[in-house]
Design a protein around this ligand. Structure first.
Ligand code: GLU
Length: 478
């Protein structure tokens, strides 16, 4: 048997982290088993589906490296299959036309609420006769198609992640609407559960791996598989992604779409790596691995049942590992847009070596690509903001003379040994500790007492001719 799995996003929003993580698990499972990974766009909700979301979803999956083998298939192009299935269910008496108005349904729910019962359709149109049907038709009512869910049955399946799952058909809300009335189509518009089952049968899907929020749907879908005379696939329900308070990660947590993560400066391979760990534990407990390496080891029995807490620190750490492993050249190219967006004047050709040196200098401190501007802003420009601490340092006795002396000795351009020489001879001339010279120089050049390697930073400023003006403005503060 060839393993065939799918990711079936609805294009009603951008590619969501939950969908992307489900895609990762499906991709890993397909690759591990030499199977096929299929992309199906579930766009039957015409009002909320948008082509820009389809674009966002497909480009997001590609960006993450989750290439698919078949598709994208669009449900809106497959409606004939759904109509045929509806016809078959109607013909076999497994589904029927329900003419209840919204008002009636609303009333039904209110009464159930008053009796403190769970809301459910009471199956009142299950056995309408032909004359009752024509009466409703004559009133101009448009029916929905409901699939019969027999009461008092137990639906059981062996979930690859959750073990035995049993669902009572009394808890499925009554006979299920599988198609909504439509002016243009006799059978109406097929709804999610029916379309999914018809597609999964047609596409020979062997394993349905999806979020645990679909468990109740699985129970309903199993009934549909049986009604349509097909074998059910294997089901595996992945744990939800939770925020730090243990609730489902949502828009309120800042980011949820893959685009947001990209804009925040996460690398695709780091994000894919992190998502793999959101619910799966590799047998060797490794934390940094490529999708291919994970695929070699990926089994559903190592997917946890408990919700997976989203941990920003861990994601940052993983991202930093990838950043640190990039060559300086490659990393510089990735950082360039972030510098450009911050408005720094950069000439990509003339400044190449200078930018490479900055990249080398700040690389070790970057957690996200977007940290580059804040990690390097002190290296751009002739003017600088001084922190209070730096000003205090500059006002220590003798510091003014030291800075002035240094400024006079700058005979641009400097190299590393010229810098050593200046520092050593100024230390000697003023008969002070080298530490005082270094600290004061940092305050004067960088405007702060903390920062990256001072000598390297000075060399970079010197290349641009920004060191002298900075020392001059420091002297004005003394
Ligand atoms: N369109 C559904 C969703 O986006 C797919 C669920 C499934 O995998 O069956 O949640």
């Amino acid at each position: 048997m060839t393993v065939r799995v799918r990711i079936a996003p609805s294009p009603t929003g951008n590619l969501h982290i939950g969908t992307a993580r489900t895609a990762v698990f499906n991709w890993l499972f397909a690759r591990h088993n030499d199977g096929k990974f299929i992309l199906r766009i579930e766009d039957t909700d015409l009002e909320r589906s948008k082509s820009e979301y389809v674009e966002n979803i497909t480009s997001g999956l590609r960006w993450l490296g989750l290439n698919w083998d078949e598709g994208p298939f669009f449900q809106t192009q497959r409606t004939e299959l759904y109509s045929a299935a509806i016809q078959m269910l109607l013909d076999q008496g497994l589904a029927y036309k329900c003419y209840c108005s919204n008002q009636e349904l609303e009333q039904m729910r209110e009464q159930q609420k008053a009796r403190q019962e769970a809301p459910r359709y009471d199956n009142r149109h299950r056995h309408l006769d032909a004359s009752q049907q024509s009466e409703f038709e004559a009133q101009g009512r448009r029916p929905v198609i409901r699939f019969i869910i027999e009461e008092d049955q137990k639906i059981t399946w062996q979930d690859e992640i959750r073990g035995d799952v049993t669902w009572d058909t009394n808890d499925l809300g009554g006979d299920m609407v599988v198609a909504r009335a439509s002016e243009s189509d006799e059978f109406g518009v097929a709804l999610y559960n029916l379309a999914v089952v018809v597609d999964d049968i047609d596409m020979d899907i062997t394993h349905v791996i999806r979020g645990e929020d679909h468990i109740a749907n699985t129970a309903k879908q199993i009934l549909l598989y049986r009604a349509l005379g097909a074998l059910e696939p294997v089901f595996a329900h992945t744990p939800l992604i939770l925020n730090s308070e243990g609730r489902k990660l949502s828009k309120r947590d800042g980011v949820t779409s893959i685009d947001d993560f990209r804009k925040m400066g996460f690398l695709p391979e780091a994000l894919a790596n992190y998502m793999t760990l959101l619910g799966w534990t590799p047998p060797d407990a490794q934390e940094i691995f490529s999708l291919e390496q994970a695929a070699a080891q990926f089994e559903l029995d190592r997917v946890n049942r408990a919700g997976a807490k989203f941990d920003w620190d861990k994601l940052d750490w993983i991202n930093s590992q990838y950043i640190h492993n990039y060559s300086t050249e490659q990393l510089m190219e990735l950082l360039l847009p972030y510098w450009q967006q911050s408005g720094y004047q950069i000439n990509q050709i003339e400044d190449r070596d200078w930018l490479l040196a900055i990249t080398e200098l700040i690389k070790g401190s970057l957690k996200r690509l977007s940290d580059a501007p804040s990690e390097s802003n002190v290296l751009f420009g002739s003017t600088i903001q001084f922190t209070q601490e730096a000003i205090q340092q500059l006002q220590i006795e003798q510091v003014g003379n030291i800075i002035q002396d240094i400024a006079q000795r700058i005979d641009s351009p400097l190299d590393s040994s010229a810098i050593d020489e200046i520092i050593n001879s100024v230390t000697k001339t003023h008969n002070v500790k080298k530490g005082l010279v270094m600290k004061s120089l940092r305050a004067a050049l960088m405007g702060s007492l903390q920062g990256h390697d001072l000598k390297q930073s000075w060399l970079l400023l010197n290349k641009k001719g920004w060191d002298k003006p900075r020392l001059a403005s420091a002297l004005e503060l003394i």
